[in-house]
Design a protein around this ligand. Sequence first.
Ligand code: NAP
Ligand code: F7E
Length: 337
Amino acid sequence: MEQRPKKALITGVTGQDGSYMADLLLSKGYEVHGLVRRSSTFNTERIDHLYGGTVQEAKGRFFMHYGDLTDTNSLIQILSKVNPDEVYHFGAQSHVRISFDIPESTAQTTGISTLKILEALRIVNPKAKFYQASSSEMFGKIQENPQTEKTPFYPRSPYGVSKVFAYWMAVNYREAYGMFACNGILFNHESPRRGENFVTRKITTGLAKILAGKQKKIYLGNLDAKRDWGYAPEYVEAAWRMLQQERPDDYVVATGETRTIKEFVEESFRFAGINDWENYIEIDPRYYRPTEVDVLIGDASKAKEKLGWEPKTKFKDLVKIMVKADCEKHGVQLKEV
Ligand code: NAP
Ligand code: F7E
């Protein structure tokens, strides 16, 4: 007898990770359902290739549902209707700096939404496997180096605090109700689909616009912070692998290499053939955070051992991928250096 395809529900499907996860699951033969919120302008750019039917294999297997992470009824309705085998919860207010401006709504969207979905699943579909998009921001003011699954949390923003709440909710539903809930503790991961107000994409878009004569300077905040940056498509593969294990667990996903924001700027400009990058960068204190996360570096040994997952794209390749994509978008021809 032919088996029905596995069904997955993705929250945050219009975002960076959700869209890559949709691509991955469709390539694996899943039927994919995405939760989309209403917006006054179209917010589906990252998944238009799926919905518009240009990707042949998505035909008849990709569905969008209007809902909102703050609207419990919409979540219950979608979960009941779709009855998914796997739920990937990527939806969130994911910008750390902005979480200081809208702490309460961040707590709702980034923290409480996890509880809403787990509770809805417990009632309508307790067998579904659940992925929680946990974050290295939970380590915040780091308590040890490098950070592992055992490192204590010390969040430094309303975003980080909300993610700690969500992390423990996933653990609690696993322990209290035996639900298959996993936390992927993902360190920063980037790509040409990264939102343009995160620092890497702000730099690569700004650089492309400078080269295209559309912009003169890039205004940035703290250039000394250090981040462990990986490549987003590889990170959603790790998330998928977590839900294919026999038992639910929590995993750090990282490269183990940390670089300053300044290094990202330098490498981007160097790749575009510009050495005097300082002439194009202005510091604007508006982009400082009330409490900063100075340095992050992850140890993904457990993911390597249990999931067979390893990062492939290194720092310089990541910069290259992003600069190239933004230059292409802005009609800039690069001479490779
Ligand atoms: P992203 O690009 O900002 O995507 C966030 C998604 O959440 C978007 O689809 C957004 O919809 C949706 N969303 C926001 N508020 C919503 C609401 N009220 N109702 C329904 N949907 C809502 O984030 P990302 O970089 O892909 O990250 C995915 C997840 O991983 C997030 O939970 C993030 O916090 C977490 N995370 C990210 C990283 C990273 O480095 N990227 C690392 C660790 C953890 P719109 O398109 O309509 O805005
Ligand atoms: O900032 C500094 C800023 O906003 C990185 C989210 O996906 O990853 C992301 O959070 C660093 C910070 O990412 C600017 O102060 C300097 O130290 O790109 P970001 P983030 O805060 O690390 C984690 C893992 C998540 O979970 C989050 O969802 O860069 N920085 N100048 C700047 N940052 C921004 N955004 N803009 C600047 O102009």
